[in-house]
Design a protein around this ligand. Structure first.
Ligand SMILES: [Zn+2]
Ligand SMILES: [Zn+2]
Length: 168
């Protein structure tokens, strides 16, 4: 998705709305817990904020599938996030206090959308807050079944000792 320099320059007072769908297949390589991601819906609103300044407000959403870091099961998680940045049609960025990025010939939105996901996708995703994970001893998924590992296990030799104690 790219927005030409002309689109910005010709913008009057009324904001411009654009919509598109992006594919970010390489995101799977960068986020280990991400299994797959459906096309990203991108909604862009551009408004003129100065003679050479433009504010981009972006809303991006996608259906993503992750591996839960506790139980290792796949789960779907819709991700929706918003961000905003200021751009300029000038070749040299000269602004104080505000971060302004040059548009160049055209603004390529894909790296921005990618970056926004990288910053906000959960680092350690879990399928739900109450996920009980795997038993460290037998590996059973504790959301699906109960194992005997947690019941108090008494060593037969110790049991003998206990008996002895009670008898005396
Ligand atoms: Zn889980
Ligand atoms: Zn167990």
């Amino acid at each position: 998705m790219q927005i030409s320099l002309d689109t910005f320059v010709q913008l009057q007072d009324r904001p411009l709305t654009l919509r598109d769908r992006l594919l970010l297949p390489e995101l799977n390589n960068e986020i280990r817990s991400l299994v797959r991601m459906k096309p990203v819906h991108v909604h862009v609103e551009i408004s003129r904020t100065g003679s050479h300044q433009f504010r981009l407000q972006v809303r991006q959403s996608a259906e993503a599938t992750f591996v839960c870091s506790r139980c290792l099961e796949e789960f779907d998680l819709p991700i929706e996030l918003t961000w905003a940045e200021t751009f300029t049609d000038l070749p040299v960025v000269d602004a104080e206090g505000v971060e302004v990025y040059p548009i160049g010939e055209a603004l390529h939105l894909e790296p921005w959308v990618r970056e926004a996901f990288l910053l906000q996708i959960p680092f350690v995703p879990i399928c739900r807050d109450t996920c009980r994970g795997l038993c460290p001893s037998c590996g059973i998924n504790r959301n699906k079944g109960i194992c005997q590992c947690n019941t108090e296990h008494i060593d037969p030799r110790l049991a003998k000792l206990q008996e002895f104690k009670f008898d005396s």
